[in-house]
Design a protein around this ligand. Structure first.
Ligand code: CAA
Length: 388
């Protein structure tokens, strides 16, 4: 059975993230969203407090914390600023975790201290104009030149695309081998041939740094390939399994944040002679919202715990992501409704959370892909690893 009682250390992490979010991320969040301004100072403060490399081994400059602590921090930060939390999620769970789990000792020593301290921010470059959910259809190529590869191609919707100093680039090295002809490479962004397209103008997470990236004959030393030849697709999939816990935590934070705002508003706002929270129409909405947030929390914490215990968490991560992201959409929409006209204007924060919620159903695997992953594991005895 999974025990969700939090340790003193986990509670302290949650409190520190809550304080950071309230004191440093909340001021200016509406303005940054409107103007698509990257939260540079906020990310710097998050880096100084250790939030960009929470799970990295202290030997490589990280916080050495467990996944549940990371999820607790993601939840609190995502209640306020999801442009900050997506940068944190990609850096922690796709880039740092990927390098720490599968990188060579030299790669870890060279890159992890910079990434874990936030001196460098990383990006994970898998999606392409014609390869989103169908991730094996990579068009980006890496041509083997003996001691180096030459990478050419285009990657789309890359989080941290404009600010990152290191990309994990997934590319095809041998098209005849299908997914076994795909590799992952560590590419420094100041290398010749890397160019950054314009920042995307998005529905939500508007200040996050999402760009198209072009690679033109970028010379990448062979020692910057991650793992054995042909390991890149497995690498990307395994890393995404962990990443999905981060995005599930983001969705949970969005839902919990919207619920907290709706509850506070409903207890204060009066109509027909009493607070609207005392009218059954609103009270029942709040009851449903509270129930859904709690159910999402259980799934997200469970996936994190399974990962920390070294158990299979593939289905658990997908279940957490698909459920929490759908709860985020529902709860934020209801939070706008509870606020009435005030909910539709920026000042009250809930409309931003509603816009931010949508992307959690799309990135790091759409809801449809999560259902595919879960359905493929049904009957394999992997759905409840805690009872195995
Ligand atoms: N974990 C580990 N291995 C996996 C895996 C997983 N989740 N999914 C597939 N694999 C392995 C399979 O075991 C298989 O390996 P073997 O041949 O050795 O057995 C290999 O990968 C190929 O698998 P499939 O035959 O199942 O491949 P498929 O093409 O039918 O389906 C897919 C794969 C599940 C649809 C996969 O392509 C997928 O997950 N797509 C979604 C991609 C995605 O999540 N993109 C997000 C972009 S990144 C992002 O958003 C970052 C950001 O900036 C926020």
């Amino acid at each position: 059975m999974i025990n969700f009682s939090l340790t003193e250390e986990q509670l302290a992490v949650k409190e520190a993230a809550r304080e950071l979010a309230q004191k440093s991320l909340k001021p200016g969040v509406i303005e940054r969203d409107s103007t698509m301004t990257y939260p540079k100072d906020q990310i710097r403060e998050m880096s100084e407090l250790g939030f960009m490399g929470m799970m990295v081994d202290p030997a490589y400059g990280g916080g050495g914390m467990d996944t549940l602590s990371y999820v607790l921090a993601m939840e609190e930060i995502s209640k306020i600023d999801n442009s900050c939390s997506v940068a944190m999620s990609v850096n922690n769970s796709l880039v740092c975790w990927g390098i720490e789990k599968y990188g060579s000792e030299a790669q870890k020593q060279k890159y992890l201290p910079r990434l874990a301290s936030g001196e460098w921010i990383g990006a994970f470059c898998l999606s392409e104009p014609e390869a989103g959910s169908d991730a094996t259809s990579q068009r980006t190529v890496a041509i083997d030149q003996g001691d180096h590869y030459l990478i050419s191609g285009t990657k789309n919707w890359i989080t941290n695309g404009g600010t990152s100093k290191l990309h994990i680039v997934i590319a095809q090295t041998d098209v005849d081998k299908g997914h076994r002809g795909i590799n992952a490479f560590l590419v420094e962004t100041d290398w010749e041939g890397v160019s950054i397209g314009a920042k995307e103008d998005k529905l939500g997470i508007r200040s996050s740094d999402t760009h198209t990236i072009m690679y033109s004959d970028v010379k990448v030393p062979k020692e910057n390939r991650i793992g054995e030849d042909g390991f890149g697709f497995k690498f990307a999939m395994t890393v995404l399994n962990g990443g999905r816990i981060g995005i599930a935590a983001q969705a949970l934070g969005i839902a919990a944040g919207a619920y907290e705002l709706a509850l506070a508003y409903a207890q204060e706002r009066e109509a027909f002679g009493k607070p609207i929270a005392k009218h059954q129409a609103i009270a029942f909405k709040l009851a449903d919202m509270a129930t859904e947030v709690e159910a999402a929390r259980q799934l997200v914490y469970r996936a994190a715990k399974l990962k920390d215990q070294g158990k299979d968490f593939l289905s658990a991560a997908s279940m957490a992501k698909v459920f929490a992201s759908e709860v985020a959409m529902k709860v934020t929409t209801e939070a706008v409704q509870v606020h009435g006209g005030y909910g539709y204007v920026k000042e009250y924060h809930v409309e931003r959370l509603m816009r931010d919620a949508k992307i959690t159903q799309i990135y790091e695997g759409t809801s449809e892909i999560q259902r595919l992953v879960i359905s493929r594991n049904i009957g394999k005895g992997e759905l409840y690893p805690e009872f195995a």
